[in-house]
Design a protein around this ligand. Sequence first.
Ligand code: PLP
Length: 395
Amino acid sequence: MEDKSKENLETQVIHAGYEPDEATRSVSPPIYQTSTFAFESAEQGAALFAGKEKGFIYTRLGNPTIEALEKAVASLEKGIRALATSTGMAAVSTVYMALLEKDTHMIGTAALYGASRVILETEFARYGVTSDFVDTSNLEEIKKKIKKNTRLLYIESPANPTMAMTDIQGCAQIAREHGIILVVDNTFASPILQNPLELGADVVVHSVTKFINGHSDVVGGIIVSQREELHERLAKVLHLLGGTMDPHQAWLVLRGLRTLYLRVEKAQDNARKLAAWLESHPKVAWVNYPGLPSHPQFELMKKQMKGPGSMISFGLRGGYEAGLKLINSVRLCTLAVSLGGIETLIEHPASMTHAVVSKKEKEEAGITDDLIRLSVGCEAYEDLRADLEQALEYD
Ligand SMILES: *Cc1c(COP(=O)(O)O)cnc(C)c1O
């Protein structure tokens, strides 16, 4: 296959991972909907299992349709290899399972995706894994928590739903100095806007359910590594635990991925305009959007991201009550959790996505009761503004 890594992301997103196949010249990748692959002979079967020959054996261990998606995302994230998983949480739990040992320690962003934090504090704690969650946008907070047995620094930037950002290069330096592996959940930025591996991270994870698939019709995840030995370790654990992707699911995600660039551009353009409009609205108390000069990390966004993306959080002067009125009055925006799809979604994290997070942890993560999260989609800006405008017409 030609080296696509030199091409612009805009081109790569459309072509990476697949060339018309030799057998049929099909332009779209075939869906290899098979659980198993026939061996030519007993000797070949043995050689495949021994790793002496390359080829497909069994879909949990590898499948051409899944591999096409893995190659595409690895290329977009500037990694060497990728592993597609059944959900985003399968990617996260595989990373924890592969890279943490009994009695080791992990430091994470306080505003980590709810389930990514909860499985450490409940399930992995059963194996003696300890964890500290800090405001990773302050590198000093990370340094304070480093212990002898710290193995993993796991960050989300921009964080959900506060849009707080963490200096990825700064984290990579700290991780290198202490022999810690740096993992970045890049779901919110997408590979179009941020490439953590280029900034020194070791592993990137995505919930492809969000921007990468982009059509709110598939769940999935992916893990991209920067080094062969990390990939091998992750692959071994994923293939044993079994949280792998299905070929049909991979085909859908690859189909969604092909328009990622266009979707990210359009949604970001809408979000920039909406954030500025919301900030000037008399009923809006505050807006968190990394593309606004009022965002405390506006400069960091410009340094490590290609753009601020399409996630906005904001609070109303009327607080929680007013927020409920707003989300119950929208007509075009859909009241639903999840994000990164072509349609605009609105939700209330304190009672929905972050309901599993304790009150104290919500406070630490900056998730206030009045916070409303908007995942801006690809509709016409004027229609989105008109919808929010009418929903803000309460007294
Ligand atoms: C949704 C999400 C996950 C979990 O992904 P699923 O596909 O729901 O399992 C992990 N991290 C972030 C940042 C997410 O938004």
